[in-house]
Design a protein around this ligand. Structure first.
Ligand SMILES: Nc1ncnc2c1ncn2[C@@H]1O[C@H](COP(=O)(O)OP(=O)(O)OP(=O)(O)O)[C@@H](O)[C@H]1O
Ligand SMILES: [Mg+2]
Length: 376
């Protein structure tokens, strides 16, 4: 039987658990031309959610543009990714080989290039920048101006999603942020900024000294609600022709603390392990398989950390939640105050650890925490 459970970014037609309110308020904000910031840890479903919203908007006649800014390396890279996303979005809205051609006169610095995929026969569009300003910032400014002129036309509504937006900071060109803000605030479009390095992303919009301060509505994705997860898993099993009793679905849900990606990843393994109906033992086995599978990405995280950061992580894995600067924590794990402070900053910038409302800290990813406990 084909396993019906998906662990990649979900396409709009694939089963999706809950997020009903988020979907409705996001599409509402987009229709109203408001800007939104969506923030959540890695693999919480940000991209899937936005693609779903954009799919819905597209069916209502909205032109949707989606750009991925993950690991941006330069201003040129940013210009290219944004320009390509604009051209692809326009082309999907109305073919640039046909009626949509009229938009291109507003984008003189971008030339679309059409190719035919030889194996599938489907047309693909990419871009070439026509003019080459000496300065990359000039190129960005021209593109944003042209985009502004295009958006000002009153015959269409546009929703532009910028995924992993906080990675603009890694370009280390401080003028980029101000330039983007200056133009985007005048653009007749709804922008959705999303990302997983929450501290970095949220700071862009909540720090008074920064250009994007208070320019968007903040939306945090939280873990999925338990009962909906249980129902969702049971339905997926049923769809694949297998039975998942409620107590087993609940065990799956709780083992991963309703973390969206792990929910699917564990359910996938349990589905593989069982014949017709799954049991709690399948969940235990599936969980071990999941830990085994994730170890490569977890090891890669550890490789990038300093000795002080590793010590802090070890302490947090063991204590679950901790007051990092308490004497007890420092003594127990052989840390100094200065060492903890710099390790804490570095780890929270990467969204590996987070601070709770009561001031204590914990590891963001519950499966990583479990794996650390086994590894240390
Ligand atoms: N609402 C949901 N219902 C079911 N599964 C979900 C849901 N949201 C996320 N997932 C699961 O989480 C996985 C990751 O989703 P997605 O790629 O959209 O997350 P992301 O937050 O954008 O991740 P990344 O941080 O890697 O960019 C999906 O493959 C899916 O298995
Ligand atoms: Mg994503």
């Amino acid at each position: 039987m084909k396993n019906p459970i998906h662990t990649d970014t979900l396409e709009p037609d694939q089963p999706f658990c809950n997020r009903v309110e988020e979907l409705s308020s996001l599409s509402g904000h987009a229709r109203n031309g408001m800007n939104v910031v969506i923030f959540a840890p890695r693999r919480y479903g940000k991209t899937s959610l936005v693609r779903r919203v954009q799919h819905q908007l597209r069916s209502e006649g909205v032109c949707v543009i989606y750009a991925q800014f993950m690991r941006l390396v330069s201003v040129d890279d940013l210009v290219h990714r944004l320009a390509k996303a604009v051209v692809v979005g326009l082309h999907e809205h109305e073919s640039l080989l046909d009626k949509g051609k009229r938009w291109l006169r507003h984008l003189p610095s971008v030339q679309p290039v059409f190719t035919l995929d030889s194996s599938t026969g489907t047309p693909a569009v990419s871009i070439r920048m026509t003019s080459r300003p000496k300065d990359s910032l000039d190129a960005l400014e021209s593109l944003l101006e042209e985009l502004g002129a295009l958006l000002a036309k009153d015959d269409f509504h546009v929703c532009i999603a910028l995924d992993e937006f906080q990675d603009i900071v890694d370009i280390k060109e401080p003028r980029v942020e101000a330039l983007l803000r200056e133009h985007m605030q005048r653009h007749k479009a709804s922008y959705v900024f999303l990302g997983s390095r929450r501290r970095v992303l949220v700071d862009i919009f909540s720090n008074k000294g920064r250009p994007f301060y208070h320019s968007a509505t903040m939306m945090e994705l939280v873990p999925l609600p338990e009962d909906e997860c249980v129902e969702f898993i049971r339905q997926q099993f049923a769809q694949g022709g297998k039975h998942c009793p409620e107590d087993v679905a609940r065990k799956i849900t709780r083992s991963v603390e309703q973390y969206p990606y792990y929910l699917q990843a564990l359910a996938y393994r349990v589905f593989e392990l069982c014949e017709d109906a799954c049991t709690p033992e399948h969940v235990t086995q599936g969980y071990e398989l999941l830990l085994g599978n994730e170890r490569y990405s977890f090891q890669a995280i550890l490789q990038g950390l300093s000795a002080g950061q590793l010590k802090l992580l070890r302490g947090l894995a063991q204590d679950g939640q901790a007051q990092l600067t308490s004497t007890a924590f420092l003594q127990e794990y052989g840390l100094t105050l200065g060492g903890v402070q710099s390790a804490r900053n570095a780890l929270s910038e990467q969204d590996i650890i987070e601070q709770l409302n009561d001031g204590r800290w914990r590891i963001v990813d519950p499966i990583f925490k479990d794996w650390l406990l086994q590894a240390f």
